[in-house]
Write a protein that binds this ligand. Structure first.
Ligand SMILES: Cc1cc2nc3c(=O)[nH]c(=O)nc-3n(C[C@H](O)[C@H](O)[C@H](O)COP(=O)(O)OP(=O)(O)OC[C@H]3O[C@@H](n4cnc5c(N)ncnc54)[C@H](O)[C@@H]3O)c2cc1C
Length: 322
């Protein structure tokens, strides 16, 4: 495939926070719509598979790599507008790293997504997975998503479709964008005025909590599994008396990390991949793990939790090429 912004044979482990993953046959970083249209046209002509990459913080890419084009979204547009009702509309490109955007908004005295500080993802990836922390999910501040559906896409009929909040189908780590071949290009968030020193304090407290409870000292991809709804357990055996139950967005859930810990798996490892001792829902790459080691560890954990609790753990992390 000939195009001067497309690179060949790029190692993907440099682009994932767990530092594993094979080689992409083609790779490009896109920061403007013209280039995006150009490469999407090329992939259509050549019949190439496409994978859209954000911060690489919630994916496990097979060691065999990706036999298509990886598009890393770098759109960093930012427009902030004060609305008549006193709130702010923040139009942010999908390529913004969450921490950088939070810091930028803090400088402008705008409170918006600071509860997500410390998550090494982009706005695009975070909206797709409705990233959150229990009491707060990004959907709480999303007004619109500008999205390109590339299966419908052709060079004569190019559309960036605007979705309002209700059309996004947000749920626990869910959105309709998970069920589409698409590129989230921009997002409108709603913020409100707040003293920057208060936001700074919130950011500090959030990060302090994360550093205490999550293994930031090792490469990882965040939570491996989703929490399990209480209703999925056999009520004759399991109930609120013998399970740890948390309330997240008004849904009773059992934390996946607690289930894994109850199976005695903290510290369990396969080659260089280990269940973190700090947080059992995190798998750390502590010694040159391959994606296959992590994948095998995931399978092992699922089996053990099914054996003990009779429930299936659903993956939060996205598997690519398995
Ligand atoms: C230390 C650590 C802590 C974490 N803590 C949390 C947490 O508290 N809560 C939480 O929810 N998550 C957490 N995560 C997981 C992860 O950071 C988030 O889910 C994040 O939102 C993923 O964004 P990303 O840009 O890295 O997506 P990626 O990992 O790059 O991609 C994830 C998926 O989104 C798709 N995608 C990415 N960008 C786009 C786009 N522009 N358009 C369309 N599709 C796209 C990809 O194709 C892929 O399927 C954590 C991760 C780490 C490493």
């Amino acid at each position: 495939m000939e195009n001067n912004i497309i690179l060949k044979n790029i190692k993907l482990n440099k682009f994932t926070t767990c530092r594993t993953g094979g080689v992409a046959k083609y790779f490009t970083q896109i920061d403007n719509v013209d280039d995006l249209v150009n490469v999407l046209n090329l992939t259509k002509k050549e019949g190439l598979k496409v994978f859209v990459l954000g911060g690489g913080s919630n994916i496990l890419i097979n060691d065999t790599g990706f036999d298509g084009l990886v598009i890393k979204v770098l759109n960093k547009r930012l427009k902030i507008q004060k609305l008549d009702n006193g709130y702010f509309e923040i139009n942010a490109g999908a390529g913004w790293n969450l921490n950088n955007l939070i810091t930028k908004l803090q400088d402008e005295s705008i409170s918006c997504i600071e509860d997500l500080f410390g998550i090494p993802g982009t706005i695009g990836g975070s909206v797709r997975g409705n990233c959150g922390v229990g009491y707060f999910e990004i959907k709480d501040v999303v007004n619109n998503v500008y999205n390109i559906d590339w299966l419908k896409f052709n060079e004569y009929n190019f559309e960036i479709k605007k979705y309002n909040q209700n059309e996004c189908g947000f749920g626990y780590r869910e959105s309709i964008f998970k069920r589409k071949a698409n590129v989230i290009w921009e997002v409108n968030l709603i913020g409100r005025q707040m003293d920057s020193s208060i936001i700074k304090e919130k950011v500090k407290n959030t990060m302090d909590k994360r550093l205490k409870s999550q293994p930031y000292e090792f490469p990882n991809f965040g939570s491996t599994f989703k929490n399990v709804k209480l209703e999925e357990f056999d009520p004759k055996i399991w109930n609120e008396e013998n399970l740890l139950v948390v309330n997240s967005q008004n849904v009773k859930q059992v934390p996946a990390g607690w289930l894994i810990d109850q199976c005695g798996l903290k510290g369990f490892s396969i080659n260089g991949a280990k269940i973190s001792e700090k947080h059992a829902n995190f798998i750390i790459n502590f010694d040159k793990a391959k994606s296959l080691d992590i994948f095998n560890l995931i399978s092992f954990v699922k089996e053990k939790v099914l054996e003990k609790f009779g429930v299936y753990l659903e993956l939060e992390v996205q598997l690519i090429g398995f």
